[in-house]
Design a binder for this molecule. Structure first.
Ligand code: ADP
Length: 300
């Protein structure tokens, strides 16, 4: 590959984490992400590490991602890559980076979706103690959904949290896309959200961005979670997102529902939860997500 200009300084910063004499022997660009540049690095001695990099100003993408991975790891329910380092290189105008354990099994795919579903439901039932000081739902720090800031201010009500911290900020930024009739519908939807959503039986740690690209296979084919946007919320919001871009195999849904049965009316709530991600895509990538957003808003 062609070596990016910033690589010398970045390589020095990376190598200093692994001790004197360590060098990056090979570098290969990994595609698939929307936000950062990703690389597989082979270090002296053969160790493989995964690196994401962005501009120095975006270090908070990586500190937030690392916090999310740690929160998931603490549940001991599902594999997540070990965090090897997060920081910036020495130069002004330089780069920020996140170094993770390299997960190798991607091409073979996930071999047991039922096991993943049970583990996800275990993660959703794990204690959320210490994650939200001001309320039951949210998180003590903000993080990112894609490249946009995700506000996690604590709330005692799930519905209130989802309105104030999820739908409202996205609708505000997307307002220029809507005409007067749609804006009225949106106001009505937000005003009546507590009749449309339900409070959960227990607060859950959510992955927060659970589409297929963020579930990768480990060496043995088991599912590992990457690239989270964690917060404490209703588990069905995670399940909803799995259905948004293609869906997971039926075995996953059967096993998840067996482990954690869904309350009636899930399909309607699913579309409201997914409105958040569709609006986020509308705000990040533009109009191609508008018709789907309008379709849901008009149906509510
Ligand atoms: P972005 O932050 O830009 O969305 P991703 O987290 O989606 O980037 O990662 C980019 C690519 O790297 C994806 O193809 C993903 O499957 C792969 N990937 C992510 N984490 C690892 C890892 N720890 N080991 C191996 N590959 C990974």
């Amino acid at each position: 590959m062609t070596t990016p200009q910033h690589f010398t300084s970045l390589a020095n910063a990376v190598c200093s984490l692994f001790g004197e004499g360590t060098k990056i022997e090979t570098t290969s660009r990994i595609s698939g992400g929307d936000i950062n540049e990703a690389y597989g690095l082979t270090l002296t001695g053969g160790k493989c590490v995964f690196m994401k990099t962005n501009t120095r100003e975006n270090l908070s993408f990586f500190t937030a991602e690392a916090e999310g991975l740690r929160a998931i790891a603490r549940t001991k329910a599902i594999g997540t890559p070990q965090i090897l380092g997060v920081g910036t290189d020495g130069d002004r105008g330089g780069r920020s980076f996140l170094l993770l354990e390299f997960i190798h099994g991607k091409s073979r795919g996930i071999n047991d979706w039922e096991d993943f579903a049970r583990r996800l439901s275990d993660m959703h039932r794990a204690s959320t103690a210490g994650l939200v000081s001001n309320g039951k739902y949210g998180l003590d720090c903000d993080n990112y959904i894609g490249r946009r800031r995700q506000v996690n201010r604590g709330h005692d009500s799930w519905t209130g949290f989802f309105r104030d911290c999820r739908l409202e900020p996205q609708f505000q930024d997307a307002a220029p896309y809507f005409d007067g009739e749609d804006l009225k519908r949106i106001v009505r939807l937000l005003d009546h959200l507590d009749e449309m959503l339900v409070e959960p039986d227990y607060p859950s740690l959510l992955h927060g961005d659970l589409w297929g690209g963020n579930v990768i296979a480990g060496n043995d084919g088991s599912a590992w979670l990457i690239d989270p946007a964690v917060y404490v919320g209703h588990a069905e919001a995670d399940l909803a997102m799995t259905e948004l871009f293609g869906g997971f195999p039926p075995a996953f849904y059967d096993a998840y529902k067996e482990a954690a049965p869904l309350r009636p009316g899930y399909e309607r709530r699913r579309d409201i939860y997914n409105l958040y991600h569709l609006l986020n895509h509308l705000n990040m990538f533009g109009r191609m997500y508008l018709s789907e957003v309008k379709r849901i808003v008009r149906r509510m």
